[in-house]
Design a binder for this molecule. Structure first.
Ligand code: AMP
Ligand code: MG
Length: 424
């Protein structure tokens, strides 16, 4: 009998690629195809709409600006009076103030002193700024170099009545608040907030305030998840820690499905625990266990429990954050009705570090983006990169995006990075 000193290893997360693994983009597309955006709307006072998604397109009810007006302080004139050479003298017949009606009618050879924002008086189409005029004894003298129509803002130039100003699905940010106010909207119809429940699984987890015994750790995922969800502006429902126990998990899944649009859990989907979680979930809904060609974050459960979308994220703290930002956040934005206008920007910068990389899977190491003395943006690795080392996120300020086909990055190679700012 021949004896071998080798064992046959099972597939594991140190394998570069494993048959049947999905790429990040493919997984995202498949998940999106199974989700339907919210349709419930509510009417809010304008300021309350900050961070919410418009349920209806906004049509301008007025022209902005409403009246043709002066863009500068100066003199309103008829452009036909401008001299072709030399100078011309015009008679000043009064002043047009912003916000006050002006009944002056300007004849040829006359002008009106005008303030920024004041409506153009009848008979004028041009403003000459005060710095380019000599004014004396009720008369002004203008030289050459002026142009008919200059320094005038036409009615409707910004927005014409009937224009679509903002499309349904637009996230209301500070510019949109101002834009809506400029059109006179005191209220807007937005989609209701997404209700997102979350809990942590694991017998080793303790809540803050409890003492730690051997092998126990504090539950940090509920805090990162809380932070990420709050920043996204959804209604968060914190369901605490749920033990790795069939009855406790079943009860928690059912309770979430009764009140939430989405449930996010962490832990329980790794090789060692997936069978147990699968057994619990298979009775409750249509859940698939996915292997995604990425690091960290390879195992992921996704599906539906009743009408609720379910994301079963890995337990490791960095894997939770990476999968949240790469999958969950864009899909929550989609569920919230948000148009994908504000995709997280990525930029290509020079790397100062070496990033070891296995081909065939996407990797998301954390980096520190900084500016050199010459003004160039560069990235370096943010310390130790284990999927449990949350400091790599905290010390970092960007993800380094290493695609499936990317190979090891050497110092001075260029890499794509995705800054945390804006995304978080
Ligand atoms: P699991 O996916 O449940 O096997 O967990 C993988 C690793 O993540 C284990 O080392 C867990 O102790 C750790 N982990 C799981 N859940 C949490 C949590 N809520 N907070 C911090 N670490 C966790
Ligand atoms: Mg666990």
């Amino acid at each position: 009998m021949s004896r071998t000193d080798q064992i046959t290893p099972q597939p594991n997360c140190t394998d570069p690629v494993e048959a049947g693994m999905l790429s990040v983009a493919e997984a995202l597309t498949r998940m999106q195809a199974e989700l339907t955006p919210l349709a419930h709307t509510e009417k809010l006072a304008l300021r309350q709409a900050l961070g919410r998604v418009l349920a209806e397109s906004i049509i301008s009810p007025i022209n902005v600006p409403a009246h043709t007006n002066s863009a500068m302080d100066g003199y309103a004139i008829n452009g036909a009076d401008l001299p072709e050479s030399g100078t011309v003298v015009l008679q000043e017949i009064g002043t047009a103030w912003a916000g006050r009606p002006c009944s002056l009618e300007v004849q040829r050879g006359q002008c009106v002193r005008i303030m920024t924002g004041a409506s153009m008086p009848a008979g004028t189409d041009t403003v000459v700024i005060q710095e380019r005029v000599e004014a004396e004894n009720g008369q002004i003298r203008i030289g050459t170099g002026e142009r008919t129509g200059q320094n005038v803002r036409a009615a409707g130039e910004d927005l014409a009545q009937g224009d679509v100003v903002l499309q349904a699905g637009r996230l209301v940010m500070p510019p949109e608040l101002g834009l809506l106010a400029s059109l006179g909207f005191a209220e807007v119809t937005v989609l209701r907030r997404l209700r997102v429940a979350f809990f942590s699984t694991g017998d080793e987890l303790r809540s803050l305030g409890e003492p730690l015994s051997d092998g126990q750790i504090y539950d940090s995922n509920r805090y990162t998840l809380y932070g990420m969800l709050e920043r996204l502006g959804v209604d968060v429902i914190d369901m605490g820690v749920v033990r790795d126990d069939r009855a406790a998990l079943t009860a928690a899944f059912n309770a979430a499905a009764d009140c939430a649009d989405v449930l996010i859990t962490s832990g329980g989907v790794s090789v060692g625990e997936a069978d147990f979680t699968k057994a619990v979930l298979s009775e409750l809904g249509q859940i698939q266990f996915w292997k995604i060609a990425m690091k960290p974050g390879r195992p992921l459960a996704f599906g539906k429990i009743k009408d609720m979308a379910f994301f079963g994220l890995p337990g490791n703290p960095v894997a939770v954050m990476v999968t949240f930002y790469q999958f969950v956040q864009p899909l929550l934005q989609y569920l919230q009705g948000q148009s994908p206008l504000l995709a997280n920007p990525t930029v290509k910068v020079r790397s100062l570090s070496r990033f070891r990389k296995k081909a065939g899977r996407a990797e998301f190491p954390r980096g520190i983006l900084s500016q050199t003395e010459t003004g160039e943006w560069v990235v370096q690795v943010s310390g130790k990169q284990g999927s449990g080392i949350l400091r790599s996120m905290s010390d970092g300020n960007c993800f380094v995006l290493l695609s499936e086909t990317q190979e090891t990055v050497e110092p001075d190679d260029f890499v794509m990075v995705q800054p945390f700012v804006g995304m978080m």
